[in-house]
Design a protein around this ligand. Structure first.
Ligand code: C2E
Length: 914
């Protein structure tokens, strides 16, 4: 029997003898024979003495038994079986006892011991739902039967107990597993809920969400949410499988796209605002954020895009910006935008050197209209006025509303600042036109103050202030007028107006005449032709300069009639000279831009030539760069037509505009006239000198002839001749003179001043410059027999003049001369004639100055005044030889100061030189 087996038995009977019997019977079967003895010995003394095999307790009443069963159950050692007597007076009978026992321990098995055959209690037992917990033992007992019964019931109890324990264990395991499963289910449910939430969020998001594949070429759509469908108009089925770019059109060069491409390339987030199109073709602004989505292997497999239709937001933004910059009533720019535009106009005008005008317009009588007819009429009038101002200006101009009845107009690109006056009067005329409101006809005027950039200020603020002040002046003077901020400007405006009027009458009154300026061929010194220059003999002001009235005539268009008169007169005069026996003479006539634009120009010229009888080749038309450089097909066409009729063409004032010589190849030009502003300083300004040389060289390389105008000195002429300029024109020969004087020149009774044209001999030329005549005399003596052509000058200015007219190989200059020092003179000589050899002669060299001049290459050799006669000739000869070899670097070893008295070879370090 296992030690864990339960073999506890409770005997419940009111008779102690029965207890003894049971104890005896339940002893081990082998000892059954001794049962009686054993029973006798023990009976009544030890009620609960252990019986081997069974553990037996005794109770003599039902309630006592109930207590014992309860205790045993509570201690964890319950009874397996109880033998219960049926009648146990005075306590509960057997059935009641059974009920009591089962109330304490439902598992205890009961054997009822009874001697009665009356089975009326069976019903009670059935009520108790006994199952197999109850057995009936009929008295008198058979010992073996009782023992076996006890044994079997204990074994059954133990099996049942084991089963129960096993079941409990099983139940615990099941419970544990169930708990685990419940946790797992909960976690999974949570995840599912989160996923469902995310899906719902994507589905119900306001922003469109797109998931695409990620590839080098394509971004194929795999998912779109309902917001995508709503924004684009494409159903999911229509979008899925297509490339994301299908929302774009031909404008695939949008700025934002580049950012996205870069983001995709780098596999990072990106953002762009794109112009996209809905299914119905309408455009929308798509603010798109894209982000890479990695696969489990960490590689980017997808991209998620969040799109937002910001069309409305952008439009709102635009409207806000518009409201910040525009006046609500008139939709004109407000003061803030005006100032912005003015700042732009200032930087543009600075760059292209032009003027612009600021016109401050204040309406006269507006307050009266507003007060009398009400604000609605006042507002309508303001709108009307703003439209009229706009219409009176050019598209590039700006008009702004800066106050209740105040406007500012900015007129840009003015040829002359005075044009602002005409603009102001145009505005006055437009504003003062009647304004109809219902059956009322109203009229307002304006006071306009004008300031000009840059004359009246270089900032928007100052220009506005000055225009405002000028407007107040107009108000004080009686309104409805235009006034400039600068009084002088107002005065010029008045004068200009008068002049304009007079000019209109001048042609009819024969106040014009032509003067002619000779044009001289440099290689022959002969007058090849003349330039016709217009003169206006004003009855009051006397001779008015063409520089003053020609632009005015151009502005008013009168130049067309005047120009025709010039052409006719010049051609007739030249034809007269031809007839008088000077058949080669040519005449140049200026043609203005306005004239050139006339479609009938070519025909007019052909007619004039035909009518005057002058052969076309003797007429030369001078056109400025501004006319020619427009590079428009019609310009080139007109030039070709003119060439076709046989006239020659000159490009006037060359160098002052923006044209380049190489650009000239496109035009059928014959002559380039170098502007006199370059000629003026040609002998003293290195950049003018090199520019002039370049123009001549390039003109020749293009097969054109170069003419220099404004030649006033022999020096200028010499320079031009030396550099092979073809023709010259200027006061050196003659001012523009009347045709009578030209007659006299032609017939030889008047001789043009002879020019000192250069001697093109091949002797090497040495220029000696010293203010001391005896030093010059000494040098001449030394060089007398060397075979040089020797030029002498007493100062730097004379030296430069001679240099301009002569090809000089070697310059020997004193340092201490009045006006210009030797170093200063040689520095200029170096800049203009870098090929010359330059020697400085000084008794008392100022070393720092001389060293600086040596280092910068202005001086090639430094000579002491105590020169050795023989050596000076030798130095010059060596220098000429090196120059002819073009060998600057390989100079012969420099004679030391000791070797050659007073001579220092330059090109060495300053220490050596000194
Ligand atoms: N300082 C100086 N000036 C010299 C010298 N040699 C000539 N000039 C002046 O230089 C100007 C040369 O004419 P432009 O460049 O065509 O410039 C001309 C031309 O653009 C215009 N012009 C003259 N006559 C006519 C004409 O009949 N029609 C047109 N459209 N314009 C004309 O008026 C401008 C001025 O004419 P002018 O006052 O006659 O001024 C002339 C002439 O008198 C000189 O050695 N030194």
């Amino acid at each position: 029997m296992s030690s864990t087996s339960n073999r506890r038995i409770l005997l419940v009977d009111d008779l102690p003898a029965i207890h003894a019997d049971f104890r005896k019977i339940l002893a081990t079967p082998d000892e059954t024979d001794d049962l009686d003895a054993l029973h006798a010995g023990l009976f009544g003394e030890v009620q609960s003495a252990p019986t081997e095999g069974f553990e037996i307790d005794s109770a003599y009443q039902g309630d006592e038994a109930a207590i014992m069963v309860e205790q045993a159950y509570g201690s964890g050692r319950p009874y397996a079986l109880a033998f219960v007597d049926m009648r146990m007076p005075p306590g509960p009978d057997g059935l009641e006892t059974i009920e009591l026992l089962w109330q304490r321990d439902g598992a205890v098995q009961i054997v009822i011991c009874t001697a009665y055959t009356d089975h009326s209690w069976r019903e009670v037992l059935e009520r108790l739902d006994c199952g197999d917990r109850l057995l009936i033992l009929k008295k008198p007992f058979d010992s073996i039967e009782v023992y076996q019964l006890a044994n079997a019931l204990c074994a059954k109890w133990n099996v049942a107990r084991k089963l129960t324990l096993h079941l409990e264990l099983l139940e615990a395991t099941v419970q544990e597993r169930t708990a685990d499963l419940q946790t797992e289910v909960q976690v999974r449910r949570k995840a599912e809920t989160a996923l469902r939430l995310r899906n719902q969020a994507m589905e119900s998001a306001v922003n469109a969400i797109v998931i695409t594949t990620f590839g080098h070429q394509d971004a194929l759509i795999e998912y779109v949410n309902p917001a995508f469908e709503r924004i684009t108009g494409y159903a999911a089925g229509e979008a899925i499988g297509r490339d994301m770019r299908f929302l774009q059109r031909d404008d695939r060069d949008q700025v934002g796209l580049q950012d996205l491409r870069e983001a995709l390339l780098a596999q990072r987030d990106g953002h762009a605002v794109l112009r996209n199109y809905r299914k119905d073709g309408s455009q929308f602004w798509n603010e798109l954020y894209i982000a890479p989505v990695s696969n489990d292997d960490g590689k980017v497999g997808h991209y998620v895009g969040v799109m937002n239709d910001i069309t409305v937001a952008r439009e709102n933004q635009r409207q806000l910006e518009h409201q910040a910059n525009y006046d609500i009533l008139t939709d004109l720019p407000n003061r803030a935008l005006l100032q912005d535009r003015m700042a732009q106009a200032i930087s543009h005008a600075q760059r292209v050197r032009e003027h612009f005008a600021v016109l401050w317009i204040d309406l006269d009588r507006f307050k009266y209209v507003n007060d009398t007819y009400g604000h609605a009429v006042g507002d309508a009038l303001l709108k009307d006025v703003s439209n009229r101002i706009k219409a009176a200006l050019r598209g590039s101009d700006t008009v702004a509303r800066v106050g209740g009845d105040e406007f500012v107009a900015m007129a840009v690109g003015l040829t002359s600042p005075l044009d602002a006056d005409a603009i102001g009067h145009q505005l006055l005329a437009a504003i003062s036109l009647p304004f109809v409101s219902g059956d009322q006809e109203l009229q307002v005027g304006a006071s306009i103050g004008v300031s000009i950039y840059p004359e009246d200020g270089e900032s928007a603020e100052i220009l506005l202030k000055h225009a405002d002040t000028a407007m107040y002046n107009v108000k004080e003077r009686g309104r409805n007028d235009v006034q400039f901020h600068t009084l002088a400007m107002s005065e010029s405006v008045r004068q200009r107006a008068t002049l304009e009027n007079d000019l209109r009458l001048a042609l009819g009154r024969s106040e014009f005449r032509l003067d002619y300026q000779p044009k001289i061929q440099v290689n022959t010194g002969r007058m090849r032709g003349v330039e016709a220059l217009l003169r206006w003999d004003h009855p009051e002001h006397g001779l008015v300069s063409p520089a003053r009235f020609v632009p005015l005539a151009e502005d008013t268009g009168q130049i067309v009639a005047i120009g025709e008169w010039v052409l006719r007169t010049a051609c007739a005069q030249t034809q007269a000279w031809h007839a008088a026996g000077y058949p080669d003479l040519t005449v140049s006539v200026n043609v203005s831009a306005c004239q050139f634009r006339q479609p009938e120009l070519v025909d007019t010229i052909a007619d004039i030539l035909a009518q005057t009888g002058l052969e076309a080749r003797y007429l030369d038309l001078e056109l400025t760069e501004g006319v020619i450089m427009q590079d428009r097909d019609d310009v080139i066409e007109t030039l070709r037509s003119l060439k076709k009729i046989g006239v020659t063409l000159s490009l006037d004032d060359f160098g002052t505009g923006y044209s380049s010589l190489s650009y000239l190849k496109r035009f059928p030009i014959d002559f380039v006239k170098i502007d006199q502003s370059f000629i003026h300083d040609i002998t003293t300004n290195p950049s003018d000198a090199s520019l002039t040389k370049a123009i001549i060289t390039m003109a020749h390389s293009l097969g054109l002839k170069a003419i220099a105008e404004g030649v006033e000195t022999d020096g200028q002429l010499g320079f031009l001749a030396k550099h092979r300029c073809d023709e010259v024109q200027g006061y050196l020969f003659s001012r523009p003179v009347s045709s009578t004087i030209i007659d006299a020149v032609l017939c030889g009774s008047f001789v043009l001043p002879s020019s000192d044209l250069p001697d093109h001999c091949h002797l090497h030329t040495v220029l000696l410059v010293d203010d001391e005549p005896n030093v010059i005399a000494g040098l001449l003596r030394v060089l007398r027999h060397c075979g040089y052509r020797i030029l002498t000058a007493h100062n730097g200015a004379e030296g430069l003049d001679l240099l301009a007219r002569n090809e000089v190989d070697v310059i020997v200059s004193d340092q201490n001369m009045p006006g210009m020092s030797g170093v200063e003179f040689l520095r200029l000589a170096k800049d203009i004639y870098p090929e010359s050899v330059r020697m400085l002669l000084s008794g008392n060299v100022d070393l720092p100055i001389a060293i600086a001049a040596v280092n910068e290459g202005a001086i090639t050799r430094l000579l002491r005044k105590s020169y050795d006669e023989g050596n000076l000739g030798e130095f010059i000869e060596q220098a000429i030889l090196r120059k002819e070899r073009g060998d600057d670097s390989e100079r012969p070893a420099a004679p030391s100061r000791k070797d050659v008295q007073g001579s220092v070879e330059c090109g060495k370090s300053s220490e050596e030189s000194s």
